[in-house]
Design a protein around this ligand. Structure first.
Ligand code: ADP
Length: 517
């Protein structure tokens, strides 16, 4: 049987032949059980028509903007415990098989579950490790495994006597709380800066060793989820958007007494929540200003719309609202609405949907965007950061609109106010079944990354296809940040087995061998 194993039968990672790949899979199968290891072949890629938000492929990106098999995995493994993860990592070192950890793999617009390096094994951390391990009512904290989604955490709190504890959900509730925090995703309540709200991690290092950060390294501690730093250097940051470790547990702070976090959305992002472009316009071109004005009128919103909430006892909210109202009403043409005063029939409005999000109730309304130009459309996220000024917001809007017009896309976007900055979230929707649409989408974002860098704006997160490019624009002092990351990478992961290429960080073994794009 040994002779019949052919390289062509597998999606092999670099430096691994079929024989040693099969040997690695045989040993890994012994760790997790055969039902938790699947070898991928090109024929096994999920057909496009089967993929949707609740049935996402784990071996490739549903919204591929290059070729469907560019970022294809060689296998998917579902570990059941921290010990499994550690054992798999040790075997990965033995056979030089790269691993790409995901939590729920719903990283929509940023590459989904797919690995950056073709042939990597997707380690589905959320498939079986999906428990809420602890809720501390008194201190409003949670300890979670990677597979806990916003929906499941919300359900758990509702059903287990913790209704007074709120969570912060991003636009879509099916993602992993741990995965989103690790990729430094954002939500809309005061706890929207997800990574800042984490407290304590358990991490499997690239050599298989397990560490706990913060107070977690004090064996009998009772403050792992209460104090973020512990003693000595604070390493948590290096496990976010990186390839330095696999997070197996994460503590997060829940929201007992929230404040306010507004977003400013353009007309079309709201229009896209309700219906496809064809419902509004016969135009196949980028919509003109007049056409967007007409759509705004039709759906009863402005060209820019702030959605926000005030929290706390009613007398305080009333006072705060007076201050906000009198300030905002000085803007010419401004008007306001409360969700309770707007008809929900025959169809709930975006205002009602955002009301849920601002209460930390997970939902999936915003999936509507995907179909803006075609059914089963695809999404590419572009997310530069800027100061919270009108001048910066306008400059960014003009910058994106110009490129979108050039490449034939309608601007759909939102500005999310963070602690001291704006997350500008731009949603490029394209038709992946049309190679020209894919090419335009990819080229458009490629140029925008450079446009943004020239104006001093950098992305906070990215799709797999742009990881190297974005790392290359964060290049102050002759790329000293990338070189620092590479030094860490080589020390922690000398065999280069963990998520090669994540955030543009390649291990020594694979660096400058043509895998960068
Ligand atoms: P979500 O389902 O919340 O959108 P993913 O599971 O796709 O998120 O995770 C987003 C990214 O975060 C992944 O591509 C991976 O780089 C990183 N990541 C996710 N889970 C882990 C983990 N347990 N350990 C290390 N990195 C992770």
């Amino acid at each position: 049987a040994q002779e019949s194993i052919k390289d062509a039968d597998f999606i092999l990672p670099p430096d691994v032949d079929a024989k040693s790949f099969v040997a690695a899979m045989d040993e890994m199968r012994k760790v997790v059980g055969s039902e938790n290891l699947e070898i991928i072949t090109a024929a096994k890629m999920m057909p496009d028509s089967d993929g949707h938000y609740f049935n996402l492929p784990r071996e490739h990106d549903l919204f591929y903007c290059l070729e469907k098999d560019t970022f294809l995995a060689s296998a998917v493994i579902v570990p059941g415990s921290v010990e499994d993860v550690s054992a798999i990592v040790k075997l990965a070192n033995k056979y030089l098989v790269p691993l790409w950890p995901i939590s729920r793999g719903r990283n929509l617009g940023y590459g989904g579950a797919a690995p950056r390096l073709r042939g990597s094994v997707v380690l589905d951390m959320g498939g079986r490790m999906n428990k809420v391990l602890n809720i501390d009512d008194e201190h409003a904290t949670a300890l979670l495994e990677p597979g806990v989604s916003y929906f499941s955490l919300y359900g758990y709190l509702q059903n287990n006597g913790h209704k007074h504890l709120w969570i912060d959900s991003p636009d879509l509730g099916g993602g992993s709380v741990v995965g989103n925090a690790l990729d430094r995703g954002a939500g809309y309540t005061p706890y929207g800066e997800h990574f800042s709200m984490h407290c304590g991690m358990e991490v499997v290092l690239p050599n298989g060793e397990i560490i706990r950060t913060g107070m977690g390294s004090l064996p009998e501690n009772n403050t792992w989820q209460l104090f973020q730093y512990g003693y000595g250097p604070y390493p948590d940051g290096i496990f976010s958007q990186s390839n330095f470790g696999i997070v197996t547990k994460l503590g997060i702070w829940l929201m007992p007494d929230p404040g306010n976090a507004p977003t400013i959305r353009n007309t079309l992002i709201d229009a896209a929540v309700y219906a496809q472009k064809a419902e509004y316009s016969l135009s196949k071109e980028v919509l003109t200003e007049t056409e967007v004005d007409e759509i705004a009128k039709k759906i009863g919103v402005g060209r820019w719309n702030i959605y926000g909430a005030l929290y706390g006892p009613e007398p305080m909210r009333k006072l705060q609202w007076e201050v906000i109202r009198s300030t905002l009403m000085t803007v010419p043409g401004a008007s306001f609405q409360f969700a309770a005063d707007v008809e929900k029939e025959p169809k709930a409005k975006v205002l009602h949907m955002r009301e849920e999000t601002l209460k930390g109730i997970p939902n999936t309304y915003e999936l509507g965007w995907l179909d803006w130009t075609c059914k089963n459309g695809s999404l590419l996220g572009f997310s530069p950061i800027s100061p919270v000024t009108g001048a910066d917001a306008s400059r960014q809007y003009e910058m994106v609109k110009r490129r979108f017009h050039e490449f034939g896309f309608d601007y759909i976007g939102t500005f999310v106010v963070g602690w001291r900055e704006l997350h500008h979230i731009v949603c490029l929707t394209f038709d992946k079944t049309d190679p020209d649409s894919r090419r335009r989408a990819h080229r458009c974002i490629e140029l925008l990354i450079d446009d943004a860098a020239k104006l001093g704006y950098g992305e906070y997160r990215t799709h797999t296809a742009f990881m190297d490019q974005i790392a290359s624009v964060y290049n102050w002092n002759n790329n000293s940040t990338l070189r620092f990351n590479e030094t860490l990478k080589d020390a922690l992961d000398p065999n280069g087995i963990l998520a090669p290429g994540k955030s543009g960080i390649w291990p020594k073994r694979l660096r400058n061998r043509g895998f960068e794009i």
